[in-house]
Design a protein around this ligand. Structure first.
Ligand code: IVH
Length: 692
């Protein structure tokens, strides 16, 4: 790989990893398996080592993923507080050889001195940092971004196995860290309730634990059946360093004060015992009532831990060995083809029920036609099923030795299973699509469901309501929903006064949803929650988005050419303009509120600005400032451009075009003088402080 290729790949990997880290830690709805995520992270680490010139303190290899929600503090439910000692992550591997290498390195660094390892389970939940003062639990912080966390003390006080008051001979003040888990039994119960209430179930116990910990109602937290296990006392947090000379000794003390510490920790001497522990738990963990995803190996002597120290992201004295996702064998009973709201057709296999990571699996996705063909999957086959990041597990292989003799290859359908329109597949697309956007019932219902979903307009209704409204011809597009009347709903089968009122109230409530969520709710292809947020903040209102060129759209943070084209095409379609007009007439928000845009001034109002080159702060920051001072960002120079803001090394074509058109070129220094006094920010203000 040459330098340019490496640079491009590094940028791509950083973007993909941050996006997924957000989905994992903030949304609690990952779309990538841990295994795939860890592999991409490793690829990035390797590239950054090979090309150190592309080092960045902002790389996901240098910073822990953050569970903090962005936006103004007022919108967040929790106070954020600084950690006294950064909360770090762990280096991880799926390779036993790398565990051997870790042990060999440790022996070498400690030069023949005797030491031991503390081997522990790696609990798959969400981390927590507890502070006890005078024996009382006074604070509980989530990991946050490692530097500051959300104060969830009120919620943690409602977790049954966390003591409010300690017993015995505890130190006056100390911190202890661990994991909040949701046992499988609580998880199954919660998801059952959510399905009945037509809420989206959680993909796995980890997401459920972390979502539950961030609830704003402590009573509801208490009902969620969470569980805590503690595994680390930062030795710096203890005034008295004679308490114990080992990590396991400190944990034993913690247990004697009444704190929940795992009973499965084991002191190991040498790599042989470590590997035995790994092998034992690889199978035994399946019997545990909660999820674990590996084991953690820690050097046990605190003195040696201090000597080995930390990298920016993790301790050098510990490593996690992660188990590959659990697999199970199940029989393929049939294959359904689901048509999503975008028209994409996804094959889904119906399976004989099988227990996988603590839950019963009956369906698994096959992704697309190519994957089906590669696996040559057949009805009656025994297949390997694995849980990735999504709710529906995936099929990863076929056990050919068990294939029935008379089985036939499965043909991917040529037409839409719902509306029978011939399917199409664009060049370079992995999926087949039903092109009947306006007439295909599955697509129409899918769009309505998306519009109403919790992260979009949060309108309380589920599949059956949408089916009914669609079948009766009462709702085709989201705007139709707002024409419904309680009196009309009450005449329909299954509706009562109360349910009709609840539905209408929830529709009325939804008009308060901020613009960024309305934009997401519209269901523009590739525009997820985060992209909608960026686009909304960048342009401010729907008219500016509709007026934007593809280049203007591509100038938004995280928006590439494909997304820009998709938004542009959506806005250019007259039917969408009418739909937006109808929704607007019903009072939905099509402009950002003052607060989330946080306008700083109108210093650049009426100016269309093209940004090019490198600046003393990031280009994103410059663009954000332009928008917040009333200016408009544009990706390309045209006669409409007010000026080109050129940092060092601006694009030569842009500069040439400005010269041709007689457009002014403004330097960074001059730019700062255009903003109100005191607006200049320096690199220091925008970068995150590095840990350690
Ligand atoms: S020790 C500085 N021990 O795994 C060392 N972490 O992937 C801090 N985890 O952020 C971590 N079980 O949330 C430690 N026995 C265990 C663990 C554990 C689960 C989590 C923890 C950490 C993450 C890293």
């Amino acid at each position: 790989m040459d330098r340019n290729e490496a640079k491009a790949r590094i940028e791509e990997l950083r973007a993909v990893l941050w996006e997924n880290s957000r989905k994992y830690y903030v949304d609690n709805a990952p779309t990538m398996s841990d295994y795939d995520y860890d592999h991409l992270m490793r690829e990035l680490e390797d590239l950054e080592n090979e090309f150190p010139e592309f080092y960045s303190p902002d790389s996901p290899t240098q910073r822990v993923g953050s569970d903090l929600e962005d936006g103004p503090a007022a919108q967040q439910g929790f106070v954020q507080r600084e950690h006294r000692y950064p909360m770090l992550s762990l280096a991880n591997t799926y390779s036993r050889t790398e565990i051997e290498e870790f042990a060999a390195r440790a022996s070498k660094l400690l030069e023949g001195r005797e030491f031991s390892y503390c081997c522990e389970l790696k609990f798959d939940g969400t981390s927590i940092c507890l502070t006890y003062k005078a024996g009382k639990l006074v604070r509980a912080l989530t990991r946050g971004d490692g530097r500051v966390g959300d104060d969830v003390t009120e919620n943690v006080l409602r977790i049954a196995n966390i003591p409010h008051v300690l017993k015995g001979d505890y130190p006056d003040e100390f911190e202890i860290r661990g994991e909040i888990l949701m046992p499988y039994s609580s998880f199954d119960h919660l998801n059952q309730q959510r399905i009945e209430g037509e809420d989206q179930p959680f993909a796995n116990p980890r997401n459920a634990a972390s979502g539950s910990l961030k609830l704003l109602d402590p009573d509801e937290v208490a009902r969620r059946g969470l569980y805590c296990t503690l595994y680390h006392i930062p030795a710096q947090s203890l005034a008295d360093d004679t308490l114990s000379s080992t990590h396991s000794g400190l944990l034993e003390k913690a247990a004697s004060w009444g704190l929940p510490v795992s009973e499965y920790n084991k002191i190991c001497h040498g790599i042989g015992e470590i590997l035995e522990y790994i092998d034992y738990w690889d199978t035994e963990r399946k019997k545990l009532p909660y999820a674990t995803d590996g084991i953690v190996i820690k050097i046990n002597e605190l003195e040696y831990q201090r000597e080995l120290g930390y990298t920016a992201k993790s301790p050098r004295w510990a490593v996690a060995y992660k188990f590959k996702a659990e697999q199970a064998l199940a029989k393929v009973l049939g294959i359904d083809y689901q048509v999503g709201r975008t028209g994409a057709v996804t094959p889904v296999a119906n399976l004989s029920p099988v227990l996988l990571s603590g839950t019963v699996v009956r369906r698994a996705t096959l992704n697309n036609a190519d994957q089906m063909a590669i696996l040559d999957i057949r009805i009656g086959d025994m297949v390997y099923v694995e849980k990735g990041g999504e709710i529906i597990p995936k099929i990863t292989g076929v056990d050919l030795s068990q294939r029935p003799e008379d089985s036939l290859p499965v043909e991917f359908p040529l037409e839409c299973p719902d509306c029978h329109t011939p399917l199409q597949r664009g060049e370079g697309e992995a999926k087949w699509f039903c092109p009947n956007t306006d007439g295909c019932p599955m697509q129409i219902k899918g769009r309505l469901l998306h519009f109403m979903s919790r992260k979009a307009m949060n309108i309380i209704a589920g599949d059956s309501t949408v089916d009914q409204l669609y079948n009766l011809g009462l709702a085709h597009t989201p705007a139709d929903l707002y024409d419904l009347k309680a009196s009309q709903l009450m005449t329909l089968e299954g509706w009562k006064e109360k349910s009709a009122k609840r539905f209408i109230d929830s529709l009325q409530e939804s008009v308060k949803v901020p613009f960024e969520r309305v934009l997401f709710a519209l269901g523009i292809r590739y525009v997820g929650e985060q992209t909608a947020k960026e686009v909304a903040r960048h342009f401010g209102d729907i008219d500016a988005i509709a007026a934007a060129s593809e280049e203007d759209l591509a100038a938004v943070k995280d928006v590439g050419d494909v997304i820009a084209r998709s938004i542009f095409e959506y806005m250019a379609d007259g039917r969408h303009a009418i739909e937006i007009q109808r929704l607007r007439a019903r009072g939905l928000k099509f402009a950002v509120d003052g607060e989330s845009r946080s306008v700083l001034s109108d210093a650049l109002s009426g100016q269309t600005i093209v940004v090019s080159g490198n600046f003393s702060v990031s280009r994103e920051t410059i663009k954000d400032l332009i928008a917040r001072h009333g200016g408009r960002n544009s990706g390309s120079v045209s006669t409409k451009t007010s000026f080109l803001l050129a940092g060092s090394k601006p694009g030569p074509e842009k500069v040439a075009k400005c010269r041709d058109l007689g457009i002014r070129i403004v330097s960074e220094d001059e730019f700062w003088t255009m903003l109100p006094q005191g607006s200049r920010i320096s690199n220091k203000d925008e970068s995150e402080p590095t840990l350690f």
